[in-house]
Design a binder for this molecule. Structure first.
Ligand code: ZN
Length: 436
């Protein structure tokens, strides 16, 4: 299958350059060529798409989340994190069956696809169901079975994590990558972390973990270990492995040094951190120190969207406000965090997140005919500051369409939302409004 997209504007995340009229050739799962004008577009082609009025962007990369928590969207809002998790979210999650989690992952994928995301991350349970949803839905994903050392079934979780990696690493024609996912230092004591690291060594996969999400977590870690969560993980040898640390909100300058020296990658989740009242991560310090950072939404229970357009804009505005500096997090930096920076954060290479020859053909079209895209001073600024995810019209992953003209190709939206509504009725205290 050789596809030509012609007469389309595009933004190259690496150079920020906007091309007002160009073409891209997709050959099977990869980008064969991209360039200005049309002189390089030599056929034959199996299909030609006229990109007039559209902007071509790399698909966005969501570096942190819990897909099936979309089932808990709006269930426990406006509650502090510790109570949110212990009293509301965990009891509701206990009601979820393996099949429910597959549906939750599909619901999340619908939302991510229609908002231009092509790769997502998941740390949860029943991950075989999530992997099946990814294989069917066609997205790219980095998946890990969540590990909670304090749970009664902690040893079983570890066995499931290993089985999951062995079965699904590289599944879906390479679209699925796996990792080990200890939940957090406060739920995974050092002894359990040691077992996880031994397994990571054997399997050769990266790790993902929540780090220093709240001030309370840091205070408790200091009281228990005399160390911050970051210092504790460093002492336990975690940073000798490839690690994605989610949040890293409450980190000292010493912690940032440890993260940078250990080459820990950070998943920055501004929306979730704000909604749970956790705080604001020192993104600018991370970037100044050369830490690799990507953007994440976290789960839909704490955001409540899985929309990286919103996260990009929020990220750019939030740090300007906090630092009282209009130059903090530029449009081009925010765009990078959602694209190439996200791919680097997840240890995904081979050009993912970029529009270039040889890169995976993961991309989106945005309808830029609306008033919010005029006048055309800077399309890059418009994408970060004035765009709307509802303007996404088409999404492709590995050269395969998942959304065409705003219609889902691989997933049955009506069926999935109806199933999600039925599942949510099981949660304690739920009073759901049925569809009219
Ligand atoms: Zn999380």
């Amino acid at each position: 299958m050789r596809l030509l997209i012609k007469d389309i504007a595009y933004i190259d995340a690496q150079s920020d350059a906007v091309t007002e009229r160009g073409y891209m050739i997709v050959d099977g799962p990869v980008i064969e060529a991209i360039g200005p004008g049309d002189s390089g577009a030599r056929g034959p082609f199996d299909e030609t798409i006229d990109g007039t009025g559209r902007l071509l962007l790399p698909g966005f990369i969501n570096t942190h989340g819990h897909a099936a928590m979309s089932l808990l969207r709006g269930y426990a809002d406006d509650t502090p994190l510790e109570r949110w998790l212990n009293d509301l979210i965990w009891p509701a999650e206990a009601q979820l069956s393996a099949q429910d989690i597959g549906v939750g992952a599909q619901l999340a994928m619908l939302e991510m696809i229609e908002t231009g995301t092509t790769t997502f991350t998941d740390m949860y349970m029943h991950m075989d169901q999530v992997a099946a949803a990814v294989i069917e839905g066609g997205m790219r994903a980095v998946l890990g079975r969540g590990l909670v050392g304090l749970a009664p079934n902690a040893p079983q979780m570890l066995a499931e994590a290993e089985a999951f990696v062995r079965e699904f690493e590289g599944a879906g024609a390479g679209r699925i990558r796996t990792n080990l996912a200890p939940h957090a230092p406060y739920t995974c004591p050092p002894e359990y972390l040691k077992q996880i690291l031994a397994l990571a060594e054997r399997l050769g996969v990266p790790l993902q973990i929540h780090i220093a999400e709240t001030a309370l977590e840091v205070a408790e870690s200091r009281a228990q270990y005399g160390l911050t969560p970051t210092e504790l993980l460093h002492r336990e040898g975690l940073f000798a492995f490839p690690v994605v640390g989610a949040h890293c909100v409450h980190v000292s300058d010493h912690d940032i040094e440890l993260l940078a020296e250990g080459n820990v990658h950070v998943a920055h989740n501004p929306g979730s951190n704000l909604k749970l009242g956790s705080g604001v991560a020192p993104l600018v310090k991370f970037l100044e120190r050369g830490v690799v950072v990507g953007l994440g939404t976290d789960g839909a229970a704490s955001n409540n969207k899985l929309d990286l357009y919103e996260e990009m804009r929020l990220c750019a505005l939030l740090h300007k406000g906090v630092l009282q500096s209009a130059t903090a997090v530029t449009a081009s930096q925010a765009f990078w965090l959602a694209t190439g920076g996200g791919a680097q954060t997840l240890f995904l290479d081979q050009g993912l997140g970029l529009l270039q020859a040889g890169a995976p053909a993961d991309f989106q079209f945005v309808d830029i005919t609306g008033p919010r895209y005029y006048p055309r001073h800077s399309l890059l600024s418009h994408i970060v500051y004035s765009s709307h995810a509802g303007d996404v019209t088409d999404v492709f992953v590995a050269g395969r369409p998942l959304l065409r003209k705003r219609q889902f190709v691989t997933l049955d939206k009506e069926k999935i939302v109806a199933q999600a509504q039925t599942i949510a009725e099981k949660f304690p205290g739920t009073r759901l409004l049925r569809d009219q």
